[in-house]
Each structure stands twice: as C-alpha cells, then as structure tokens.
Design a protein around this ligand. Structure first.
Ligand code: ADP
Ligand code: MG
Length: 559
C-alpha cells in the first residue's frame, strides 16, 4: 500500500519531538502502557455488560517482550484492538486533546518542555524508536492489520495475521549515537524500574520474561540462566492505596498519566470515605486554565468508576459549576455498572458523593489559601473568575461556600486580600467595605472619588474584573458590613467641615450649576456641590443600585 502522509500538525509535532534533546524519553512506556490499559478497560467493560462475551480475569494483561538481537521492544495487550479505520484515525492524526493543549502551552516555546513533562501519547514511541509497527485485531472481526511508520514521513497499513484480539506495538529501538543512548530501553532492569515508577497502579498485570539465575541441576555451584515470567506492577490503583504510602510525585504522575491537565496541579485531595457512602477519590486543583476553560466547549466532570471499572469519563454531576476546574476520579462500590447517564443524575449515592466532594474541595482551597498564599494566588489568577461567576450565577445562594475564597486587590499595598482580612483590620468607625470599580488599579487610584475614603485611612477594594461588582452585589454584606461603591452618593463618612460649606457653595454658584446642568442634560441627573473632594475639582457619583462601572458592563452586553 502507498505511504500515507501524516496530517500537517502531527508532522510538525513529530519532528519537533524527535529532534528535541529530550531528557525524559522513558515516558514513552507510560504512554503506551496507558493506551493498552485503556484498551483492556474497554473490552473488560464490554464483557461485563454484554452477556455474549465471556472472559476470564487472566485474559487481561499487557506483556513486554525484549529482543536484544533485533533491537525490538514489544508491548502487547489483550485489549479491544483497532480496526483498519481506527488505525488510520487514531494513529494517523494526533488526538485532538494532545494537539490543542500543545498549541496552548505557549510558555514552553521550544516545545521540548511540554513533551518532557507531559508526553504526547502514542507518538512518544518515536522518541526511542526509528520504526514503529502496530499489529492489531479488533474485537468482533477476524482480520488484522499492520500499521507501520518510520516517523514523520508517513505510514503504511497492510493486511496481516493475528491469532487473537488485541494490539501489539513493536518498537524498533534506535541505535546509540555519540550523544544519545537508547540501549537502556532493551534492558530488563531499566524497563522494570520505569514500569514501577509510572505504571505501578495499572489494574492489569504488566508481564515480562525476566532473566534469572538458578542453580544448575546436577552440578555444584554452577548457575544457569532462565527466563521467568514476572508481573512488574503491583496493580493496586493509586486511589486504593494509603495516603501514607504515596508521595506528591506519585499523585503528579497520576495526573499526567491520566491527562487531567498539562500543568502541575497546585494541590491534590485524596478521599477515602466509608461513611454513609463508600468511595475513593483523587481530586486535583490545577494551576493553569485549560485552553477552552472560559468557553462553552469546556466540559466539567470527574471520571467515574464503579468498583475499579471506568463507567463514565466525565461525570458532570459530581462537580458544581463553580468548581468546574477540578480534575480527578471517583470510584465507588455502590454504583451499578450499567447505570445510564439519566439514571445517574437521580442517584442518591451520587448526590451524596457530590456534596461530600464539594465540601472537601472548599476546605482544601481554604487550606492552600492559609498555608501557601503564593500558590493560591496562582490558582486564583486562573480560576478566581470562575469563583466570582459562581457567586453571581446562583444569586448568591453559594456565597457561604465561595465568599471566603475570593480575593480582591486592595488599596493597601496593592496586594490581594480576602474579605476577612479586609474586615478584620477595619478601623472601628468605618461603616462600610469600600470598593472602586474600573479598568485598572492605576486608573482607580487616580479616581477623585477615592480621595475622601483613603484620606480617612480606610482601605478600598479595587474591582478590575467586570464580574467583581456583580458578584459583590450578590454577597450583599460580609460579616455584617455592607459594600459601598466609592462613587455612590452617600459614603457614610462625615466630612470634617460639615454640611455648611457645600450648602453655601450651592447657593453662591446657583447659576453656574444651572448652566452646567443645562449643558450636560441627558448625561447627568444633577450637578451638586460635593463634600468629598479634596484636590480634584469634580467627580461623578451614582445614586441608584447600579454603579457607573456596572452600567458600562451592562451597556456593553449584547441585548
Ligand atoms: P490518547 O490515549 O490520549 O487518546 P494516544 O495518542 O495515546 O492518545 O492514542 C490515540 C488513540 O489510539 C487512542 O485513543 C486509542 O483509540 C488508540 N490506541 C492507541 N493504543 C491502543 C491500543 N494499544 N489498543 C487500542 N487502541 C489504541
Ligand atoms: Mg494515550
């Protein structure tokens, strides 16, 4: 068959990957093992839910085979396999997720960072192999196909023979060069340690014929070399393990392995609940927003397992919208395998789990806020807006959950503060929580309306995000203190000179004020003498519920 070209973007990525000086080549194995595991998950699930299929647990495994003479490493699995079309579609172009995330990881300009940390699925095979052969037979068919590629120049697909359903990936390991060593990927001990590091929790056995030495029969002190099949992974899923056995690195590896994100999460939550509802969960709070996060395309949700079997990839009902950034998985024995999406929505167990998870996320965020402010502020830069939307969208119903997680820039040192920090250092005579809404802190600082408040030594929250003021309107008050815009008519501050001056000013300049009103007719409601200005000659002030800034946002909204 004629060689087919890879789609353009995969070609670019492949070339970059192959050419980059790459320190963590070993992750190719994690990628291929995880694909095999996914493929076995699929067939396992089919067998559990389809009466016509019967399998033994022993039927599911992944096997590594090393052939040093031919320099090949083969990863075979008894998974669901791929049809000819699937070979074309799945291996011929880069999975959507991979390529998009790649484009958005702008910071890692040279590319090798991204690959180094996250891998790009199947393609990572080309980091260690100069030729990759994939032999696959899909469930339900007799025919098998062979996909072969030597890298960026394309691939071929031909008919082939394969005795059983599943996939075999044969990596033709590159020869060593002066700068790069590849021999290690043909060494048993090295493969063993890579599996232990990245794939220990894979639920199916990863087997390999390992060379061992045993005393030679009939001779003293002599040993002979034998091959013995060993299972390299412990197969205990990470969420079933004890937290004490696990390191931060284990969780981070899991996050990457699972492709929850391409960043390094700021925090993880490992839940082992055995109260009213029994479940295990591992949740992550990402640091960076996924590229589509603030778009309609973004789909929230956690992976849902029933007793170790993946039943849903994105269960949205487990997360409230305001925590839609959370990634991770939930495994519960109390859920049925065959449950449909619709039934799941009404599942009592699931509701309990969701509620539980929500409060765990909240307290985790609070403890990050308390213990590692810098980390929290990174998180907040990515997802703070979502929290504020959360307050606003539900008409303040969730303000109890969210208000203590909010940060705003304060006039004091221009640092981010919580509402609690603001209120707890308010002078006794301060009645309100003051805020000023506008485009940027720089501009707000120059706002004449802030003068009097700042002069009194009161702090002002600078709202520079258009959602800020809307969210605050939903919170209404915090610890008994109402919010007050610095541009509102009554600031609740007694001016030192009293009312007399402004009254006098108004009578004395009656004509001037009338003329100004006439000129600004339709633009302002009234022109009055102000009690709040110090150095500025004039300022705008609002009387109603809607501030000038909010009006701007509302006017800009498509109606
Ligand atoms: P991802 O795993 O993120 O989807 P990959 O590049 O790792 O991306 O794999 C692409 C696709 O190829 C997989 O989604 C799967 O459909 C298919 N695939 C890869 N390896 C196997 C395998 N061993 N068995 C069956 N399908 C596979
Ligand atoms: Mg994969």
């Amino acid at each position: 068959m004629a060689k087919k070209q890879f789609k353009a973007e995969s070609k670019r990525l492949l070339e970059m990957m192959i050419n980059s000086i790459y320190t963590q080549r070993e992750i190719f194995l994690r990628e291929l093992i995880s694909n095999s595991s996914d493929a076995i998950d699929k067939i396992y699930y089919k067998a559990l839910t389809d009466e016509n299929l019967t399998f033994n647990k022993d039927d599911y495994y992944i096997k590594l085979t090393v052939d040093k003479d031919n320099r090949t490493l083969t990863i075979s699995d008894t998974g669901i396999g791929m049809t000819k079309e699937e070979l074309e579609n799945n291996l011929g172009i880069i999975a959507k997720s991979g390529s998009l995330a790649f484009k958005n990881e702008n910071e890692a300009k040279d590319g090798h960072n991204i690959i180094g940390q996250f891998g790009v699925g199947f393609y990572s095979a080309f980091m260690v192999a100069d030729k990759v052969t994939v032999l696959s037979r899909a469930l339900g068919g007799e025919e098998a196909y062979k996909w072969e590629s030597t890298g960026a120049d394309g691939y071929t697909i031909d008919e082939a023979e394969k005795a059983s359903v599943g996939t075999e990936i044969i990596l033709h390991i590159k020869p060593n060069t002066e700068d790069d060593q590849y021999d290690e990927f043909l060494e048993e001990y090295r493969l063993k340690s890579i599996i232990k590091k990245y794939s220990d929790f894979i639920r199916y056995p990863i087997k390999m014929d390992v060379t061992t030495h045993r005393p030679k029969e009939g001779s003293e002190g002599e040993f002979e070399e034998v091959k013995e099949e060993q299972t390299l992974n412990s197969m205990v899923p990470i969420w079933r393990k004890n937290k004490s056995e696990l390191t931060d690195e284990d969780y981070e590896n899991f996050y990457m392995e699972k492709r929850y994100g391409f960043d390094k999460p700021i925090s993880h939550i490992h839940i082992k609940a055995d109260g009213a509802v029994v479940y295990n969960a591992i949740l992550f709070i990402p640091e960076k927003t996924p590229f589509d996060y603030y778009t309609k395309e973004y789909e929230k949700g956690l992976e849902l397992y029933s007793n170790g079997v993946l039943i849903m990839e994105k269960c949205g009902d487990l997360l409230p919208d305001y925590f839609s950034f959370v990634k991770g998985m939930v495994d519960s024995e109390d859920l049925s395998l065959n449950i449909s999406r619709e039934l799941l929505q009404h599942d009592r167990q699931l509701k309990l789990i969701a509620k539980n998870i929500q409060s765990k996320i909240k307290s985790q965020l609070q403890s990050v806020l308390k213990d590692d402010r810098e980390k929290y502020e990174k998180f907040y830069a990515s997802f703070g807006r979502q929290l504020k939307f959360g307050v606003y969208n539900d008409y303040g119903m969730n303000k109890e959950v969210l208000q203590d997680l909010l940060l705003f820039t304060s006039s004091k040192e221009k640092k981010l503060v919580t509402l609690d920090e603001y209120v707890s250092r308010m002078p006794e005579d301060q009645k309100y929580i003051y805020y000023a809404a506008g485009e940027s802190v720089d501009r707000l600082e120059k706002l004449p309306q802030t003068e009097l408040v700042l002069d009194k030594g009161y702090e002002i929250l600078y709202f520079t995000d258009d959602i800020d003021e809307f969210a605050i309107k939903m919170i209404l008050n915090y610890k008994g203190k109402d919010f007050k815009s610095v541009s509102s008519g009554d600031l609740g501050i007694e001016p030192e000179e009293g009312d007399k001056d402004s009254k006098e000013a108004e009578t004395a300049n009656k004509e001037l004020f009338e003329e100004m009103s006439r000129l600004l007719a339709g633009k302002v409601k009234a022109v009055k003498a102000s009690k709040r200005l110090k150095t500025h000659p004039v300022c705008l002030s609002a009387e109603g519920e809607v501030s000038i800034e909010m009006e701007k946002v509302l006017n800009a909204m498509p109606s």
